[in-house]
Write a protein that binds this ligand. Structure first.
Ligand code: G6Q
Length: 539
């Protein structure tokens, strides 16, 4: 089923696009006295799914905002989102070989409704959740323990890309809620030193290894799994007593004899959208307990519901997507800085880089034609206030501009803080976040050119009460929805990743030289690869 009743339209054919181009000739200047005023700060605000989005710091007025709503309506962005949830085959390029799949990551959390939107996939999600619940109960009550009779206290997740970034970002974000008797580590890069370091940090006799690969065929993961298996064997332990698999049904890794337990994900859940499938949940359930894992799903489910709201004032994901389009396509900013004011979100930007840039780093339409408009920006960032003592200089006074998305929490996670100079550390963190947004917008005049801040630099602020499993799920789903909304408006396929293939193919050409040398065979006739290896002093 394609998206029934949805007409895919090219971005440059949407009537609101022309209107927005006109408005962009004279965008709002935030640094003009009086433009950023108390009324604007109060009114330029949207809420949904538990998050508030403050966007007084964007270079637009009511007319541009109305035109962005028209752009969303004309592109049928919300209708496409609904069609996606219902199982439309949206991962395709019409008329060309492509993945040709449904896009059903939202089904992973559509497990709370009596009437799931797409019953078959929601049923599959429930089956895997039930398996996970049993596994976690057995671990908790001691029916499942390490062969030495001790409880499992550690888990190493082996996986890369979508099988690492989202899950790892979530674990680090929610460590404050983890069981005190359990710890999780990760191995992703095919770097033997990283694997050795992680394997050396834990007592393997009490550590599970969660091997996560949807395809069951990823070079890095296979190499790291084998490195880990060797380490277990060297320690006199049988890997099949410790290794758990999360993989696609029928993949080369779908071999329950090699694993203590196997969990599945399905081809309709894309790697970078898979954090709420078993790809993330087995590890997160181990760390947080089943209820904690479920709370993540609940938050994401709630945000998926808010993403169906056609009005931008009630749909922060849609509004964030449209503000991004305003900045990218109309004001021509090439990058986007995401700056979370929470150290716990230390890997969340890395996850967003994959989510956004792998999804929307595309140059053709869903009909295979060259894009005549810009698609996704370069996404980067670091937690504040660390970033303030580093690259914010460029954000404020540099010649290159980057719009900013700030993320903040009204309260901190741990009940530990102190009042110093009459303010808590959390208040200092939040004051800095808000101050940065104002400073970027207002700038500063000064007789000394070195102390001049041009201002008029756009930013938005995403806020919720506290970083919890539920709000983390909502934040994850908010960005997933933002990215797919942008893809719908740009008429691109946000669900494939052909762009990562070429490098992999060339790496295997280079590896053929190493392999030939090890087998004492003549080097393959590949002068470019040979020259490159020689120049790099690798042969
Ligand atoms: C994400 C990509 C990619 C993928 C990894 C790992 O959308 O497809 O990052 O997640 O290549 O793939 P496996 O899970 O199949 O090992």
């Amino acid at each position: 089923m394609a998206a029934e009743g949805v007409l895919y339209r090219n971005f440059n054919e949407l009537p609101a696009q022309a209107k927005l181009s006109q408005l962009a000739l004279n965008p709002l200047d935030l640094s003009r006295p009086g433009v950023v005023n108390p009324e604007r700060i109060a009114n330029y605000r949207a809420s949904g799914g538990g998050f508030d989005l403050l966007f007084f710091g964007q270079r637009l007025d009511e007319r541009a905002l109305a035109a962005l709503q028209e752009l969303a309506d004309e592109s049928q962005a919300v209708r496409q989102f609904a069609a996606m949830r219902q199982g439309a085959v949206l991962n395709l390029i019409e008329g060309f070989a492509s993945e040709n799949r449904q896009v059903l990551h939202c089904s992973c959390r559509d497990v709370f409704s009596k009437m799931p939107v797409e019953p078959k996939s929601a049923e599959q999600a429930k089956t895997e959740l039930a398996k996970l619940r049993c596994f976690l109960m057995e671990l908790a009550d001691g029916r499942l323990s390490a062969p030495n009779g001790e409880p499992f206290t550690g888990m190493i997740q082996v996986g890369i890309g979508g099988s690492d970034l989202g899950p790892r970002a979530l674990y680090l974000a929610l460590k404050a809620y983890a069981r005190p008797d359990r710890v999780v580590k990760f191995i992703s890069n095919v770097d033997p030193d990283d694997a050795a370091a992680v394997l050396g940090e834990l007592d393997l006799a009490r550590t599970l290894v969660n091997v996560v690969s949807k395809s069951g065929a990823t070079l890095e993961t296979l190499a790291n799994e084998e490195l880990a298996r060797q380490a277990y064997r060297r320690a006199g332990l049988k890997p099949e007593d410790y290794f758990v698999a999360v993989t696609g049904q029928g993949s080369p890794m779908d071999n329950p004899r090699n694993y203590l337990r196997s969990f599945y994900l399905f081809d309709y859940v894309g790697g970078r959208y898979s954090a709420t499938s078993m790809v993330g949940l087995v590890m997160l359930g181990f760390a947080l307990g089943y209820e904690g894992a479920l709370a993540i799903l609940r938050g994401a489910w709630r945000m998926d519901g808010a993403a169906l709201e056609p009005e931008i004032g009630k749909n922060p994901a849609l509004l964030l997507a449209l503000l991004g389009i305003w900045n990218r396509n109309f004001l021509n900013y090439e990058s986007l800085a995401v700056l979370p004011y929470s150290q716990a979100l230390t890997r969340f930007v890395a996850h967003l880089q994959q989510l956004d840039m792998e999804s929307n780093g595309k140059s053709i339409t869903r009909q295979g034609q060259e894009l005549a408009w810009q698609s996704g920006p370069i996404v980067w960032g670091e937690p504040g206030t660390n970033g303030q003592h580093s690259f914010y200089q460029l954000l404020h006074q540099g010649t290159g501009l980057a719009p900013v998305e700030f993320i903040g929490f009204r309260q901190n996670q741990y009940a530990q803080d102190l009042v110093l100079q009459d303010t808590t550390a959390q208040e200092k963190l939040l004051a800095n976040l808000l101050a940065q947004s104002l400073a970027l917008a207002l700038g500063q005049t000064d007789a000394n050119p070195n102390r001049r801040f041009p201002g008029n630099r756009p930013s938005s602020i995403l806020l919720t009460d506290r970083l919890t499993p539920e709000s983390m799920g909502a934040l994850l789903a908010l960005y997933e929805a933002k990215v797919v909304f942008q893809g719908f408006v740009w008429n691109i396929n946000s669900f494939d990743q052909e762009g990562v293939q070429l490098g992999k193919t060339l790496a295997s050409r280079l590896l053929a030289h190493y392999a030939a040398r090890r087998r004492k065979q003549p080097a393959p006739a590949d002068p470019l690869a040979q020259a490159l290896l020689a120049a790099a002093k690798l042969v």
